[in-house]
Ligand binder design. Structure first.
Ligand SMILES: Cc1cc2nc3c(=O)[nH]c(=O)nc-3n(C[C@H](O)[C@H](O)[C@H](O)COP(=O)(O)O)c2cc1C
Length: 384
């Protein structure tokens, strides 16, 4: 029997051995020399929490709420395109976990299942993530489909106006549409377990592809790297007018942008550097929480992702000023390592550790965690 995955690093190692190298590198990789990839997680090491004592913390509650949703945990799964390359049926697996744990699942424009099927399986625990694709009618159709199928949170991702320089993908030849050559076929042949499982699933469900495109009436295809530069301020204003429910803007780090997005009527700010996949020269996402929080004040929800690899990280992000945390690769590595069980193990481990860390910080509820939990608030200097 496979052993339980307690750490993301364990899951990552297993995923690395099971997935064809080009698939693993697409998931794992960052942009440029991947400095930011490491820094996103390293930033957590510099945050220290103050242990508090002589408080009864026997009963702890990890439930939280965000954008009108009561959640079972203070974290959800970030939107990711083409999750089916981690394991067949990944979107369904994530949707079922979202429903079971009452956590939001980000559903990417480039998801490998339709947005309708995912929200149904997630029992409503899903947010739709929109890219400003160059095809105007397609975007319009997606927003309409999202509303009709019951989405009440729309996440506009704004940090991909152009594609970034991802060296691992350039080296492996990974892309959409995929160009199959000898090198790629050899990669598949070296990972027969993944290849056969994907092939078997494809016979009944079709080949993994961005299903919101495949089911569009606009007859357009997903081309990775196509410009999404249409997501300008006018686009945001129009989207705000068009979408009557909660609107989140994802991929923000500059306090000036945050202030302007708040003024444009967004309901929440999502601090993110796209998991270090876009601007490699950006600051780690965690270090952006405090300045963005200071800029937008306390009356606007702040969501964050980037480098979160444990339950401890979740609590540290909340103590730094975030209201809610999303996890990206941690979920993908769990899926890639052991499918549904792998994802469940990672989510279980995050929850167990978050509960323990919260208690050791002297708190029993997520809502009680704030900057007073940080060691620096008690006269300690920030670790470096
Ligand atoms: C394989 C992969 C695909 C992604 N696809 C999308 C996407 O389609 N839309 C989006 O807004 N963000 C996407 N992201 C970024 C994630 O939403 C999130 O910001 C990032 O993964 C968080 O960093 P972490 O992976 O270190 O947790 C993707 C990330 C990964 C790893």
């Amino acid at each position: 029997m496979a052993s339980t995955l307690y750490t993301v690093e364990h899951a990552r190692r297993l995923a690395r051995s099971r997935l064809p190298r080009m698939m693993f590198d697409y998931i794992d990789g960052g942009s440029g020399d991947e400095r930011l990839y490491a820094e996103n997680t390293r930033a957590f090491e510099k945050i220290e929490l103050m242990p508090r004592v002589l408080t009864n913390v026997a009963d702890r509650d990890l439930s939280s709420h965000i954008l009108g949703m009561e959640t079972g945990l203070p974290f959800g799964i970030a939107p990711m395109g083409m999750c089916a390359i981690s394991t067949p049926g990944a979107d369904s697996i994530m949707a079922r976990e979202a429903a079971k744990r009452r956590i939001p699942l980000g559903v990417s424009t480039a998801a490998s299942a339709t947005l309708e099927s995912i929200i149904e399986q997630a029992d409503g625990y899903a947010w739709f993530q929109l890219y400003a694709d160059p095809a105007v009618e397609f975007v319009d159709e997606l927003v309409g489909r999202a509303e009709a199928s019951g989405y009440r949170v729309l996440v506009l991702t704004v940090d991909v106006p152009i594609s970034s320089f991802r060296i691992r993908d350039l080296q492996s030849g990974f892309g959409f549409p995929m160009k199959w050559g000898l090198r790629q076929l050899f990669d598949l042949a070296c990972h027969p377990r993944w290849s056969l499982a994907t092939l078997a699933h494809s016979l009944s469900h079709g080949m993994p592809q961005p299903m919101n495109y495949a089911t569009s009436s606009q007859g357009i295809s997903f081309v990775r790297g196509s410009s999404r530069a249409r997501a300008d301020w006018d686009f945001l204003h129009r989207l705000r007018d068009r979408w009557p429910h909660k609107l989140v803007v994802k991929g923000v780090q500059a306090p000036e942008d945050a202030v302007r997005i708040k003024a444009a009527g967004a309901d929440a700010l999502y601090v993110s550097n796209h998991g270090a996949r876009q601007m490699n020269a950006a600051p780690p996402a965690m270090t952006s929480i405090a300045p963005v929080r200071a800029a937008i004040g306390n009356d606007m929800p702040l969501i964050v992702d980037g480098g979160v690899r444990s339950g401890e990280h979740v609590i540290k992000a909340i103590a730094s000023g975030a209201d809610f945390v999303m996890i990206g690769r941690s979920a993908m590595f769990g899926l890639g390592a052991a499918g549904a069980t792998g994802l469940a193990d990672i989510l279980d481990s995050f929850a167990r550790e978050a509960s323990s860390v919260m208690g050791l910080a002297g708190k029993t509820k997520i809502g009680d965690i704030d900057t007073s939990c940080l060691a620096v608030a008690h006269g300690y200097s920030a670790g470096d």
